[in-house]
Design a protein around this ligand. Structure first.
Ligand SMILES: [Zn+2]
Length: 364
């Protein structure tokens, strides 16, 4: 099988980078559509407009309607045709960014991704999640390429809620362990081939960065300031984890996250929070070294990431529901089959309950 690594064409990260948007986007298009929701537009409209003031490039702001749905994508496609738009810039959270990527794919124009939070590793990937107008999951849209440009403004991210940064660290925590498992099994990654040494190195660097800088980064955001640690964590959550998961491979942790979506009481949690517990379950499943499990538990506690159902707001667990979650985690095509050994529903059920007790013990 071929080895493949994917990444965005360019990644830029800095303080007040939004004020230099024109510098980075002008080579991609001269007539850009900028989409953002009302809340984000209030923050970015002035600096973005200023950056284009003395430029030969034009920009058109358009409100993002809140759902990455076919209706919204088609609406934006019409605006693109009517205004001869030649590039699209998405500024905001996951759904805004996924919509910008999807529109770029259908309109065959370059896309610039400007996340205003560092809560998942999705921004760098060649993937959009499409929902119905009512917000129900519809499909994964596999794009023909990764974004042309990803821009992280550290000042904007420092002012976002700390729980979102922590959730991003939870998502990034899974990257090394899932890539390690997928490589051991010699399975295909999301990039369509087996992992490279480069993606393995990025995944490992991602984990080490979380351990060394995670806590200080959390304190930085609590104070709404940028430190070297926060810079390192923004890079780990977005780029290292982004390339690390896509080209390093997913395994049990994300499959367990997907399984846990059947438990309604967990719907209020962020993706990365549920993935965190998925990591713990994967470590139990593979009987990882105990010092490694302790490192992960200590890290999660410092960052306020959940390590048991109590942390996730469930006092009494319903074992039948947990068995259903285990079943869904083992659905056909799930990435749990990228583990380097056979995994059954009973194995996953046992690992979930054991990980939960382990997390509870560690918390008490
Ligand atoms: Zn994830």
């Amino acid at each position: 099988m071929d080895k493949i690594i994917l990444s965005p064409s360019k990644y830029v990260q800095g303080y007040n980078t939004i004020e230099r948007l024109e510098v980075y986007t002008s080579s991609l298009g001269k007539n850009s559509l900028i989409i953002a929701d009302d809340f984000i537009t209030k923050i970015i409209k002035e600096p973005v407009s200023n950056s284009y003031q003395n430029s030969s490039s034009n920009i058109l702001f358009e409100k993002f309607n809140g759902e990455c749905s076919k209706t919204e994508i088609n609406r934006l496609m019409e605006i693109i045709q009517q205004n001869k738009i030649d590039s699209i810039v998405g500024i905001g959270g996951g759904k805004t960014l996924d919509t910008a990527k999807a529109v770029s794919y259908y309109a065959k124009i370059p896309v610039v991704i400007v996340p205003t939070i560092a809560s998942t590793d999705a921004p760098c990937s060649a993937l959009s999640v499409i929902y119905t107008d009512e917000g129900v999951f519809s499909e994964y849209l596999f794009l023909s390429k990764n974004p042309d440009l990803v821009i992280m403004d550290t000042k904007i991210i420092a002012n976002a809620p700390v729980r979102l940064l922590a959730a991003g660290m939870g998502d990034a925590l899974a990257t090394y362990f899932e890539a390690r498992a997928c490589t051991a099994a010699n399975k295909k990654t999301m990039a369509g081939g087996t992992a490279t040494k480069a993606s393995a190195a990025l995944a490992e660097l991602c984990y080490n960065t979380l351990l060394s800088d995670g806590y200080l980064a959390k304190l930085s955001v609590e104070n709404k300031v940028v430190t070297k640690s926060l810079e390192n964590i923004i890079e780990a959550n977005t780029y290292l984890s982004g390339v690390g998961f896509e080209s390093g491979g997913l395994a049990a942790a994300h499959a367990i996250h997907n399984g846990l979506t059947v438990v309604e009481e967990l719907h209020h949690l962020y993706h990365g929070e549920k993935v965190t517990f998925g990591v713990l379950v994967q470590l139990v499943l593979e009987n990882a070294p105990k010092n490694e499990i302790e490192d992960v538990l200590s890290f999660c506690k410092k960052i306020n990431l959940p390590v048991c159902f109590k942390d996730m707001g469930i006092e009494n667990i319903n074992k039948e529901k947990i068995y259903e979650a285990a079943k869904l985690a083992c659905a056909e095509g799930e990435t749990i089959y990228n583990m380097p050994f056979e995994v059954t529903v009973d194995d996953v059920y046992s690992a979930i309950l054991t990980a939960n007790s382990l997390g509870e013990d560690f918390s008490s």
